[in-house]
Design a protein around this ligand. Structure first.
Ligand code: N01
Length: 551
């Protein structure tokens, strides 16, 4: 089927998809395969989503490439050649472009076009999507593949408009690249900042790092992908993908080492693993010597037991001081006052070492906050820093921002921003009560950002496509989450997060919406695990779409 264009320039299709990142691309392919006409609207000039926008120096993935890739097409898995254990942004973008070509996706994508509004007409059971170019697209189904980390957050700092230098955000990096051989300032030391800082430091005349909260970051240990490892994966891809789908985090935990080389499993009950807090000082130091940062994976009590967590934080602080030569800078880089495991794990390459360079200055905003941006730089309570380029590595209005920036109206014109005024409520992260036939991929309340996101995306896309297929086959026009089911799911999302470091009282993270002033504090993703979530979604279907109203 093809899209129909009418005299009033309304494009009519079976489904409209917002966003051409990994979710939007697979949705287009899958729904097309199911015989639907689809129109995808994308703000960028090409596919790739996150990997299109985040081109900052040093941007790369922290999930192994062999598993951070689509699993829906076996041939695609065989033909694509990753070069590194964890791929850099240009390679992931090339992969997305390859997928677009392989499945002929671009012909149904409107690029350089941003969706500004979408509203539901209950009488006709149709969504109308409006873009910044004045296009109107009508479809019974509207799917928001807008990404969980795509609405860039630029904090309101007085005077920003006066700055005569260049202002950039890591999440909207210019395609043509940037000459950084000058005085550069960067605000933010989350995943993006930690990746960018060592690479920018090599190019900049001077780099000023404005840090508000020091984070925990672990060495990425990235390396070229060994041909035999790649081969082993490819030979076993069906098993790897299956294990990914049913795991709690979207990782297969499959080892490319020949099973025959592995030791036979020990028989009898396993001795209990010691807890970090049970080790005395000497044993703790020995554990550090033996495992290094691996210790944080080995002693999982760190993430549940505050005493173990405090012991791990002490060890971490010692490491920072061992690497960073200036003790004052090391102090400033040491996280204090919140537990490890509260914020998203960060992986780095030479982050701490970078602060030993003569052209790098750490500005500790805990000693004096930014008061304003001037014509020539950044003014803090402790000094003025002259800059040519100011980079915001200040993250995103995560999980809800991209949806709330669109004027989204459901049944009877109700606005999403009103419904979510006290915090987002969804059923499974897939639907919002009052918004029939609107689906969100990796929405709040889904495992998404706590899992290998491509695996999470594939589960959502397949569930949505199967649901649309079910409606069409059965002559049903609408599906809508009930308010009760959404409430119940919200309670469950909150309940499973309790007792984890993510919601510790001293924790502030984008998972909790704490990075955006005024955003309701609520744990946004589902921490119950992707495998369990998948099983629940399947069970709901088996029970006749329990919690949804079909009409
Ligand atoms: O954003 P962040 P990010 N004044 O929100 C600081 C994914 N990702 O873009 O902690 C001064 O984590 C803020 O300070 P504080 C990944 O899921 C993945 O780095 O709020 N500072 C913090 O230091 C990640 O978690 C990859 O006090 C301000 C920083 O800005 C997510 O994206 C790579 C400030 C923001 O850190 C977001 O990461 C990159 C202000 N007003 C990203 N406002 C990989 O795959 C904010 N900050 C490896």
């Amino acid at each position: 089927m093809t899209a129909t264009e009418t005299a009033e320039d309304v494009v009519r299709v079976d489904a409209v998809v917002v966003g051409a990142g990994f979710a939007g691309m697979y949705l287009l392919h899958k729904l097309r395969q199911d015989g639907l006409s689809v129109r995808v609207v994308e703000a960028g000039t090409d596919v790739g989503g996150t990997w299109y926008w985040n081109r900052y120096p040093g941007a790369r993935c922290d999930v192994p490439s062999m598993e951070y890739s689509y699993g829906f097409d076996a041939e695609l898995g065989q033909e694509w050649e990753w070069t590194e254990l964890m791929a850099a942004q240009p390679e992931i973008l090339r992969y997305a472009q390859h997928v677009a070509e392989r499945f002929d996706l671009r012909r149904d994508i409107s690029f350089s076009t941003r969706v500004v509004a979408a509203s539901f007409d209950g009488g006709r059971a149709r969504w109308t999507v409006t873009t910044d170019r004045g296009d109107r697209i009508e479809a019974p189904f509207c799917i928001m593949a807008t990404g969980a980390l795509s609405a860039a957050n630029i904090p309101e700092v007085p005077g920003l408009e006066r700055f005569t230098g260049r202002v950039l955000h890591t999440g909207a990096w210019p395609k043509e690249g940037v000459d950084l051989g000058c005085r550069v300032g960067i605000i933010g030391t989350g995943s993006s900042g930690v990746q960018a800082i060592p690479v920018i430091a090599e190019q900049a005349e001077q780099l000023f790092v404005f840090q508000r909260t020091p984070g925990f970051t672990f060495p990425a240990n990235n390396k070229p992908l060994r041909p035999d490892v790649k081969q082993a994966y490819k030979e076993n891809y069906a098993e790897v993908r299956e294990r990914q789908r049913h795991s709690s985090t979207g990782f297969s935990n499959w080892s490319p080492i020949n099973k025959a080389d592995k030791k036979a499993p020990a028989t009898g009950p396993r001795p209990p693993r010691p807890k970090l807090r049970e080790l005395d000082e000497q044993q703790r130091q020995e554990a550090w010597q033996q495992y290094g940062f691996g210790l944080f994976n080995r002693f999982t009590d760190i993430y549940k037991d505050p005493a173990s967590n405090a012991a791990a934080c002490d060890l971490y602080a010692e490491h920072v001081h061992a690497v960073v030569q200036d003790p004052d800078v090391a102090d400033a880089l040491t996280p204090v006052g919140y537990p490890v495991g509260c914020k998203r794990q960060v992986l780095d390459t030479n982050f701490y070492e970078t602060f030993n360079r003569p052209n790098v200055t750490l500005v500790d905003l805990r000693k004096g906050a930014i008061t304003e941006i001037t014509e020539t730089g950044v003014q803090t309570e402790t000094g003025h820093y002259e800059l040519d380029i100011l980079i915001f590595a200040t993250g995103f209005d995560a999980m809800t921002g991209a949806l709330e920036r669109i004027d989204l109206r459901g049944r009877d014109g109700v606005r999403l921003t009103d419904v979510w005024a006290e915090g987002p409520r969804t059923y499974l992260g897939l639907q919002v009560a009052g918004f029939p036939n609107l689906f969100t991929v990796t929405g709040p309340g889904s495992p998404s950002v706590l899992a290998n996101v491509i695996v999470a995306i594939e589960q959502h896309v397949e569930w949505i496509a199967d649901t649309i297929g079910h409606l069409r086959r059965n002559g049903l026009r609408t599906i809508e989450a009930t308010a009760e089911a959404a409430e119940e799911w919200g309670r469950h999302v909150n309940d499973v997060a309790q007792g984890t470091m993510y919601v510790a009282p001293t924790c502030n993270s984008w998972y909790l919406g704490a990075n955006i002033p005024g955003k309701p504090r609520m744990f946004l993703p589902y921490v119950g695990g992707l495998g369990r979530y998948r099983a629940r979604c399947d069970e709901i279907v088996a029970n006749g779409y329990e919690g949804f109203a079909l009409a």
